[in-house]
Design a protein around this ligand. Structure first.
Ligand SMILES: [Zn+2]
Ligand SMILES: [Zn+2]
Length: 237
């Protein structure tokens, strides 16, 4: 189903998770409040929880992982499915809010403007889809989440940092971590004209499972000279 603005406007106001009628939006307050989120960052290599948001195990990990809540949360999964598979674009806003609330809960300031005067600003960028998949779906769900997230964080936004140069089967259709790694290898490149040198980048995706997509995307950004990478997924399986 294609992403359709008109469809959003006329979409009947019912919670996508429990079906209760609501005045506005796509998720009722009860379902929203029922989502129990994470309160730490995770190691980009072994996914261990990082107390105090500091690297403690794999200090050479190319990125630090952030995930707002577990994917087995029914309401969160309903929101993600509404966006991704039902084309309900309005579901992107609460997903971005859930991520922004997680960043706030962790006490991270990604908006920059630090007192030191140096540029502390982070740049938010979505994990790109292949052109084939973007055309088939009509939109990139990560883009729809990353845009309002950047606004909420007060960070800058640039969706032309990474390009997907190979079209493969979805990571969710792979059997195991070994196939996932093989499937994603060589999928990304820096976008034409993109300069990531010394940049602090927030990489956004809807769901992370084994972290292989983030790992491959972060590898390309690091090779391009990126200074820090925070990979943020709304949900972690
Ligand atoms: Zn509900
Ligand atoms: Zn680790």
């Amino acid at each position: 189903m294609n992403f359709n603005i008109i469809g959003d406007i006329f979409f009947p106001p019912a919670c996508v998770a429990c079906g209760d009628s609501i005045a506005r939006g796509v998720l009722c307050a009860t379902c929203r409040q029922g989502i129990v989120g994470f309160d730490t960052l995770f190691c980009g290599t072994c996914a261990a929880r990082l107390p105090d948001q500091k690297k403690i195990c794999h200090k050479d990990a190319p990125f630090v992982l952030g995930a707002a809540a577990p994917y087995d949360d029914d309401a969160l999964r309903a929101l993600i499915h509404a966006l991704k598979f039902q084309g309900i674009g309005a579901a992107a806003e609460p997903l971005a809010e859930i991520l922004a609330a997680y960043v706030a809960r962790l006490g991270l300031d990604l908006g920059g403007g630090g007192a030191s005067g140096e540029s502390d600003a982070w740049t938010v960028t979505p994990v790109p889809l292949s052109r084939e998949r973007a055309r088939a779906r009509g939109f990139n769900q990560s883009t729809l989440i990353a845009q309002p997230l950047a606004r909420a964080l007060g960070a800058s936004y640039d969706e032309h940092l990474l390009a997907r140069i190979a079209h493969r089967k979805p990571q969710s259709d792979t059997e195991d971590i070994f196939e996932r790694r093989e499937n994603i290898k060589g999928c990304f490149a820096l976008a034409p004209g993109a300069d990531v040198c010394n940049k602090k980048i927030v990489l956004v995706d809807d769901v992370t499972t084994s972290g292989t997509t983030f790992t491959e995307a972060a590898r390309i950004l690091k090779a391009g000279g990126a200074k820090k990478i925070l990979a943020l997924a709304v949900a972690k399986a």
